[in-house]
Ligand binder design. Structure first.
Ligand code: NDP
Ligand code: VSD
Length: 331
């Protein structure tokens, strides 16, 4: 009898410890996770999407309209805006409002945002990408990417925030989403300026979330891989071969799929919004001091941190291998 209970104790003890460890970790995380979970509805709300006349932004405008949102889209080109409007009307029977403005022009952005009316969900998706080694890129192109992708997003937030904060109590939680890129999580050959503009969005998003949380506004950062859009088709004409090789580490997606992931992330109030499997790995590997609302994701981040670092080092090994081979081949 005594030996039996000793035996069961010997077996049960490590077993219960094994269970207790993850359970107490989950409990601890449950206590400390901030900001708290939130749900952000789309239906009957004003969704304002920049770069909504093409690619990912257009796919998001489609989806928002068919989910019953009031949609506004902003871009520079009038023709593409009107074409997008026709296309969405044809597919959903819904009219989106269109605004022609350059995100680099603060006054123009302010005028458009004011005319559109208070925003519930702001999607800053406008973006330009001209891949090149920095050595072969003029400063003009560097500034172009920083201006449109990063400063343009500042313009939008500055223009929209006041209206978004007002009426937040009546109309429920609001969202500000930034379209980053997987190149905003890891530096990629040929993307010195583009990656800098997208990494900048992360610093902006982390700080902004702290500033607007008390106003019930929730920030999302979306990280798509290569996505089939008119923009990518243009980009591919001049992409350095090494950029192609390294970017192929993550599978390409369709604009519709990215738009769907983006809205799922926005609706669940997720701070990081990865779009594919590699994106989930990247999100875990680059979690850093980012806010996390999901208990499950926080748990995975803690448990997988070491493994994720090994995976990251493996990718660096493989990329530097490609770079070495490329230079050897050139000689
Ligand atoms: N496609 C991809 O592989 C990936 C894209 N992304 C990001 O997703 C976003 C959308 O990309 P994608 O759909 O491919 O791009 P597209 O080139 O297909 O569309 C870009 C949109 O942004 C608008 N835009 C560009 N410059 C400005 C500006 N200065 N002011 C206002 N609007 C502007 C364009 O309209 P107009 O030119 O008329 O102004 C267009 O509506 C970008 O931020 C991009 O960096 C992230 C990862 C991968
Ligand atoms: C730890 C595990 C890591 C997992 C895999 C890492 C894969 C990284 C691939 C990065 C691809 C970048 C594509 C940028 C697309 C883009 O923004 C341009 N098309 C311009 O629009």
């Amino acid at each position: 009898m005594a030996t039996l209970s000793l035996l069961s104790l010997l077996l049960l003890l490590p077993l219960s410890l094994l269970l207790l460890l993850p359970l107490s970790l989950l409990f601890l995380l449950h206590l400390i996770l901030r900001p708290r979970p939130v749900k952000i509805p789309i239906k009957d709300r004003h969704v304002f999407i920049t770069g909504g006349s093409s690619g990912i932004g257009l796919a998001m405008a489609h989806q928002a309209a068919s989910q019953g949102a009031r949609v506004s889209i902003l871009a520079r080109g009038r023709d593409k805006l009107e074409e997008a409007q026709r296309e969405i009307r044809l597919a959903t029977g819904i009219d989106v409002a269109v605004f022609s403005a350059d995100a680099r022009d603060f006054e123009a952005v302010k005028a458009a945002v004011e005319e559109a009316g208070p925003i519930d969900v702001l999607v800053c998706n406008q973006g330009v990408f001209v891949p090149s080694e920095l050595e072969n890129q003029e400063m003009e192109e560097v500034k172009f990417m920083i201006d449109v992708n990063l400063i343009g997003t500042f313009h939008l937030v500055k223009a929209a925030l006041d209206g978004m904060k007002k009426n937040r109590r009546e109309s429920g939680p609001g969202s500000i989403a930034f379209m980053s890129s997987q190149a905003g999580q890891v530096g990629i050959y040929g993307y010195t300026a583009y990656s800098a503009s997208k990494f900048g969005l992360r610093g902006m998003a982390e700080s902004l979330q702290q500033e607007v949380i008390a106003d019930n506004i929730h920030v999302s950062l979306i990280f798509p891989p290569d996505t089939e859009t008119p923009g990518l088709a243009e980009e591919e004409k001049k992409r350095p071969q090494l950029t192609n090789i390294i970017a192929a580490s993550s599978g390409a997606m369709k604009a519709d799929e990215v738009a769907k992931k983006a809205f799922d992330g926005i609706k669940s109030g997720s701070f990081f919004v990865p779009c594919n499997f590699e994106g989930i790995l990247l999100a875990i590997a680059t979690a850093g001091l980012s806010p996390q609302r999901s208990l499950w994701m926080a748990f995975v981040e803690v448990i997988a941190a070491g493994i994720a670092r090994i995976a990251a080092l493996y990718f660096q090994w493989s990329w530097y291998g490609s770079i070495e081979k490329w230079h050897a081949h050139k000689k």
